[in-house]
Design a protein around this ligand. Structure first.
Ligand code: PLP
Length: 367
């Protein structure tokens, strides 16, 4: 049985157009993009087309570096903090994905002063706390565009402006918003991932504003402008490029569709409370709770729907969600929360059937 897939924040299915764009580079065109002969040059050209397709969605005064994931892009980006001489403070939002939060905390073990910035009950950054922590030693501020667990959209443009005023760089983890909503034009570093935009797994990218120094993350043959050595996969690059282009071409249609799905879901889950801001929210995310529910049990009862309890990472590790905790929810409320993620390839029928199955199991459990 194939379940109804409502976990589009964990990953998305590969778009058929993306599969078609990747196929030639997996079959006959197997040249190494770093080889000087004709097969290598063809592969290198495909990589550069893909780079332009990704760059077309990003601010124009910077460059794109391909990586193996957004997590790698974020780790690469943090290196910029090490080039800010005399500055050793890092501030990130407490509700960041582990890729940012745990990296920032690792920098603490390396002598940096890392601050986790609080959020309000809606999951939005407390800007006064950012203002208060930004001093003359501020090196890097990290803020996500869209939260992966609760969908809240942070005021990233304002955060970037505040970071700049203090002389710090701003890193935006745009993984859950890239290709779907506006990016912060003032950010210095932007990380994105292929598999969240109907592209392949195993590829991400870092956009870097011109003039910013970045120490290498991976040493070796000097590929990717000397900061990320290793042979690129033309197939993965072509897939990411095609996925980005498709997102750009379909942006309004995708958004209208997702808003329709979300509105239907909100009406079908009327008995549940929504976690996170209602208006500053990406419509493809619905994180809801029903007091008294044991979500672990609910998930095993509703096998016909692929959905998530908290974030995929948090539920995989068994750790309670740090995002829901930061909102001030009690452990019992966190344990009664689920995340539904709608995407391009869902339809209203998916939402209606899933709501029926989840609500039926929840009623049974609570009765
Ligand atoms: N940042 C956010 C907000 C995410 O949702 C994810 C993936 O769940 C990541 C970073 C990590 O992306 P990747 O899987 O490409 O490393």
């Amino acid at each position: 049985m194939i379940p109804i897939y409502l976990d589009n924040q964990a990953t998305t299915p590969l778009a058929p157009e993306v599969f078609d764009a990747m196929l030639p580079w997996l079959k006959d065109n197997f040249g190494n993009p770093h080889s000087p002969h004709v097969m290598g040059r063809q592969a290198a050209a495909a990589v550069e087309v893909a780079r332009e397709q990704v760059a077309a969605l990003l601010p124009q005064n910077g460059r794109v570096i391909f990586t193996g994931s957004a997590t790698e892009a974020i780790n690469l980006a943090f290196g910029a903090a090490r080039t800010r001489h005399g500055r050793d403070q890092i501030a990130v939002i407490d509700t960041e994905h582990a890729a940012v939060r745990d990296t920032a905390l690792w920098y603490r073990t390396q002598g940096f002063e890392t601050t986790l910035l609080p959020v309000d009950a809606d999951g939005l950054i407390v800007l006064e706390a950012l203002e208060a922590c930004l001093g003359e030693k501020a090196a890097l501020v990290g803020a996500m565009l869209v939260n992966n667990e609760i969908g809240t959209i942070q005021p990233v443009e304002q955060i970037a402006a505040m970071a700049h005023e203090a002389g710090a760089l701003m890193l935006c983890d745009a993984v859950q918003g890239f290709g779907r909503i506006d990016l912060p034009q003032q950010a210095d570093l932007i990380a994105l991932s292929g598999h969240k935009i109907y592209g392949p797994k195993g590829i991400g990218a870092l956009w870097l504003r011109d003039g910013i120094d970045l120490p290498p993350l991976i040493h070796g043959g000097g590929q990717e402008q000397g900061v990320r050595s290793g042979t690129l996969s033309p197939a993965l690059c072509a897939g990411l490029g095609a996925a980005a282009k498709l997102c750009a071409d379909r942006r309004q249609a995708d958004m209208d569709h997702i808003v329709d799905l979300s509105q239907r879901a909100r009406s079908l889950f009327g008995e549940w409370s929504v976690n996170g801001s209602l208006d500053q929210r990406y419509a493809g995310n619905l994180n809801i709770r029903r007091d008294g529910l044991d979500v672990a049990r609910l998930m095993s009862d509703v096998r016909g729907v692929a959905f998530s309890a908290g974030s995929a990472c948090a539920s995989g590790s068994g750790r309670p969600s740090h995002v829901l905790a930061a909102l001030g929810l009690k452990p019992a409320q966190i344990k009664s929360s689920i995340r539904l993620g709608f995407g391009r390839y869902n339809d209203i029928d998916d939402v209606e059937q899933a709501a029926h199955l989840i609500n039926q199991a929840a009623e049974k459990q609570l009765s």
